[in-house]
Design a protein around this ligand. Structure first.
Ligand code: ATP
Ligand code: MG
Length: 270
């Protein structure tokens, strides 16, 4: 099943000439994307790479329905997004896409459980869909937190969690609506090696269960955990290939732990 179908996607930013400058011709057009074709099937795990300024964030914004292309078509899970009005656009964003950001973006004064419940409040489409009961919302959020291994941290506030745990809460929140795909922008950018490996191992586990993941990353070592890498350059998609020697994050995590773990005698804790 095709989840993402982009054809001839262009995004131009028009920078108006400054006041006082001579003529309109001075308006500058930045061609951030110059006709990108990209298709992804359900169950894929794709990394988006490319140098700074190549158009990755611009592409992510369009993939995530945060922005519309200047030209081209984008069909997400069968919905032609460029023709949709702003309500439908917001609905697609909320229901079809699970966002994971570099900076976690959790609400600070809200527990892990409440953070994960949040997308369920907005998820009704008009009056046609039934609203979930408080209990149903709570149960779904609990399930999602258990899936990311945080069943014992549900009532913790973000400040009471490690960076890796906060990112796992964000991943639970991204999954709770059962989206068409997870869109992750440098998800381990703020994490150390061990936590990064934990997150990649969670992504691989979710992907093994059939979740579709699109991840922007600068690091080839991280892209090696995905299944396919596309590379942008100057707003064009220049390479698209399958990962040949895919890394197993859980194995690498265990190896990392065995070589870096400090052995602290048990008496120390008494
Ligand atoms: N709002 C904007 N207005 C004008 N130009 C923009 C805007 N956003 C991005 N650009 C330009 O579009 C091009 C692509 O930018 P984009 O942010 O997509 O790059 P990127 O690949 O995400 O880079 P990085 O790795 O540094 O985050 C750049 O030349 C950038 O200067
Ligand atoms: Mg960027």
């Amino acid at each position: 099943m095709i989840v993402i179908q982009m054809q001839g996607i262009k995004r131009e930013y028009r920078m108006e000439a400054k006041k006082g400058s001579a003529s309109k011709e001075e308006a500058v057009v930045v061609r951030a994307l110059r006709g990108v074709d990209f298709t992804a099937e359900a169950g894929e795990f794709v990394s988006v790479m490319g140098p700074s300024g190549s158009g990755k964030s611009t592409l992510m914004n369009i993939l995530g329905c945060l922005d519309k292309p200047t030209e081209g078509t984008y069909i997400l899970d069968g919905i032609e997004t460029s023709k949709s009005n702003s309500d439908t656009f917001a609905y697609i964003r909320n229901r079809k896409i699970g966002f994971v950001f570099q900076s976690f973006n959790l609400l600070a004064r809200t527990t892990a459980l409440e953070n994960v419940e949040l997308p369920l409040f907005y998820s009704r489409r008009g009056k046609k869909e039934e609203r979930l009961s408080t209990q149903a919302r709570r149960n779904r959020a609990r399930e999602a937190l258990k899936e990311v291994g945080l069943g014992n941290r549900m009532d913790h506030y973000p400040s009471q969690l490690s960076g890796g745990q906060q990112q796992r809460v964000a991943i639970a929140r991204a999954m709770v609506n059962d989206p068409a795909f997870i869109l992750a922008d440098e998800p381990t950018g703020n994490l150390d090696t061990e936590m990064s490996l934990e997150i990649m191992s969670l992504f691989q586990e979710l992907n093994n269960q059939g979740k579709t993941i699109i991840m922007v990353t600068h690091e080839p070592e991280l892209a090696a955990y995905s299944k396919r890498i596309i590379t942008l350059r100057d707003g064009e998609l220049v390479t698209d290939m399958n990962v040949s020697e895919r890394q197993n994050a859980l194995e690498n995590l265990n190896h990392w732990k065995s070589t870096h773990a400090e052995i602290i005698p048990e008496e120390h804790f008494q």
